[in-house]
Design a protein around this ligand. Structure first.
Ligand SMILES: N[C@@H](CCC(=O)N[C@@H](CS)C(=O)NCC(=O)O)C(=O)O
Length: 203
């Protein structure tokens, strides 16, 4: 497998982290976003959205971080990471939606302002980040991972932009259960960290 990624992209980190947790040796290809390498005709053939991450597997191409998590777990038959029992599967899907929704438009967007100069309203995205972090903190008070006592791809999808939320001026101090959960993910065999940037509260 070949993964096109960028080291400061949390969406890319989801895929890098999951491959590493599963012990899958993938070739990592860094896409130079600053130089617009993701908008070249060659890259747009791989992903017409012009975004990382992109996974190539033989003749097949999978785009979108959460789709990559689903693909890799399914291909490797890892029902521990992507359960097929109805209720657990629905729970995993719910949190993947949160990762693509409130997390992308909350802590990820807040970090885009401070790290990449994105033109979002800080009060709006930081407020959204705190609303979802409070809900996640409450959820994690009763179980070790987001869908129970074992990690799933939902934890991987949520992790990257939450751990680096302080870079977007989103303080994690009010969320002790979130901080303990981050530490539990970091203790998993094969864990690889998301690159830190001295920005926001992390400066
Ligand atoms: N829904 C996509 C979003 C991916 C995404 O937003 N990637 C960013 C980097 S974190 C990107 O490539 N941005 C460049 C652009 O949109 O032009 C996913 O989950 O992979």
């Amino acid at each position: 497998m070949k993964l096109h990624h960028h080291p400061l992209s949390g969406h890319s980190h989801r895929a890098v982290l999951f491959l590493s947790l599963l012990g899958v040796k993938a070739e990592l290809v860094e896409v130079d976003l600053a130089k617009g390498a993701h908008k070249t005709p060659e890259f747009l053939k791989l992903n017409p959205f012009g975004q990382v991450p992109v996974l190539e597997d033989g003749d097949g191409v999978v785009t979108d971080s959460n789709a990559i998590l689903v693909y890799v777990a399914t291909k490797l038959g890892r029902k521990d990471w992507l359960p097929d029992e109805a209720r657990a599967a629905a729970q995993v899907q719910k949190w993947l939606s949160v990762a693509a929704g409130e997390i992308a438009y909350g802590p990820a967007a807040a970090r885009l302002i401070t790290v990449f100069g994105a033109d979002f309203r800080p009060e709006e995205v930081v407020g959204r980040a705190h609303r979802i972090l409070k809900l996640i903190d409450t959820e994690l008070a009763t179980h070790r991972f987001i869908v129970g006592d074992r990690p799933t791809i939902a934890d991987v999808a949520l992790y990257s932009y939450i751990v680096n939320a302080p870079e977007g001026n989103v303080d994690l101090q009010p969320y002790p259960d979130v901080r303990h959960w981050l530490a539990r993910i970091e203790a998993l065999p094969g864990f690889v960290a998301f690159t830190k940037t001295p920005a926001g509260l992390s400066a």
